[in-house]
Design a protein around this ligand. Structure first.
Ligand SMILES: Cc1cc2nc3c(=O)[nH]c(=O)nc-3n(C[C@H](O)[C@H](O)[C@H](O)COP(=O)(O)OP(=O)(O)OC[C@H]3O[C@@H](n4cnc5c(N)ncnc54)[C@H](O)[C@@H]3O)c2cc1C
Length: 335
């Protein structure tokens, strides 16, 4: 086994909670590696809802999810952690000297005294329809989320889906796009009534319709073929972009085989965020604290990350205190 580096803490997952855990572990003078499978750090904030406003994180009366992620990334980097993105933590193994090795899909083998699992809902991948041309035109006009709404300015946009996100995107893009068409395979929408009513005012809506094919010139989307799923009648629409908004899946991969005590997709932890494996903690959306109600909220995850980092510090250095005091009183912040 070729160990590439040794750490006090390896944080698995660079969503909001893992980012805060990375900061807090650095604050506690621990050597940290953060591993995330996505291209970009930020977890659900950047992958699922970058343009939405978040109102329930302390200190912000309202902040765009993408901006919140950028602030967390800045804070996470304060103590110079190693960060590896596009890398999937695949295997967790105990070493003979009581430490852990995290092996990744990129051939990484990292040794650590403790592990903080902040894997959220797992690796977030969009649900695909399987329509002809869909994969070929991914990021060339076919999208699964709206990262920057201005990219759709002046474009003819087709949205596929009938849930909150699909309806929200129709409303958000209608004022800036050239035209917005939405198709849904049923005539009932899983979205707020008022939003659905507004959507019918600003977008062309075809219920009982599905996407058959995405066509283009090889570089970009030019048309979409849709069909009425009752009569099979087809229509060809001239479009510049197709947004497929039918949900996302979270993949936990081999984590389910790591020997963790799981309840469904959740890792069971005690009040110290300890799992059943010594030195392994779980925080955020993936954690279920025994005897406590589960609130899958960023604010709750921040508190859990602070607890896990503090408990991990004591595990790494038994002479350290779990509570190290307030950041406002710490020398490391004094200029
Ligand atoms: C549409 C929407 C709106 C929301 N609005 C709010 C809101 O207003 N306020 C609020 O508090 N919460 C909100 N939430 C919930 C909030 O986003 C989650 O509670 C939060 O993202 C959980 O953070 P996390 O860090 O635990 O996990 P995530 O954000 O899910 O991040 C986990 C990260 O871990 C990575 N990962 C997983 N497994 C591995 C692995 N094996 N190796 C490497 N990387 C891995 C994933 O790719 C991901 O990047 C919303 C959620 C959605 C979907």
């Amino acid at each position: 086994m070729v160990i590439m580096a040794e750490y006090d803490v390896i944080v698995i997952g660079g969503g909001p909670v893992g980012l805060f855990g990375t900061f807090y572990s650095g604050l506690r003078d621990m050597k940290v590696l953060l591993i995330d499978s996505q291209d970009e750090l930020g977890g659900q904030l950047v992958t699922l809802y970058p343009e939405k406003m978040v109102y329930d994180v302390g200190g912000f009366a309202g902040i765009q999810a993408y901006d919140l992620a950028q602030r967390l990334i800045e804070q996470a980097k304060m103590f110079g952690p190693d960060i590896r993105t596009r890398e999937w933590a695949d295997i967790l193994e105990k070493t003979q000297d009581g430490m852990w090795v995290v092996k990744t899909d990129k051939g990484g083998e990292y040794k650590t005294k403790t592990v903080m699992i902040a894997a959220g809902i797992g690796k977030i991948t969009p649900s695909r329809l399987g329509a002809k041309g869909e994969v070929e035109y991914e990021n060339k006009g076919v999208y699964y989320t709206v990262r920057r709404k201005n990219e759709f300015q002046g474009k003819r946009v087709l949205i596929v889906g009938g849930g909150d996100s699909a309806v929200d995107w129709a409303l958000t893009l209608a004022p800036i796009a050239k035209e917005v068409t939405l198709i849904h395979r049923r005539d009932q929408f899983r979205a707020h009534e008022r939003s659905v009513k507004e959507m019918f005012e600003v977008a062309k809506v075809y219920t009982w319709h599905e996407l058959k094919e995405v066509k283009g010139d090889g570089n970009k989307v030019t048309q979409a073929v849709i069909f009425d799923n009752r009569t099979k009648e087809e229509k060809t629409l001239n479009v510049d972009a197709v947004i497929i908004s039918i949900g996302h899946k979270g993949d936990l991969g081999n984590m389910l085989k790591w020997g963790l005590n799981m309840k469904g997709r959740d890792i069971v932890v005690n009040g110290k965020m300890e799992t059943n494996l010594p030195g392994v903690y779980a925080v955020g959306d993936i954690a279920s604290v025994e005897g406590m109600p589960k609130l899958a909220l960023i604010a709750v995850g921040f508190g859990q990350a602070a607890i896990a980092s503090s408990v991990a510090k004591k595990f790494v250095d038994p002479n350290a205190s779990v509570f190290a005091g307030h950041s406002s009183e710490m020398d490391k912040f004094k200029k």
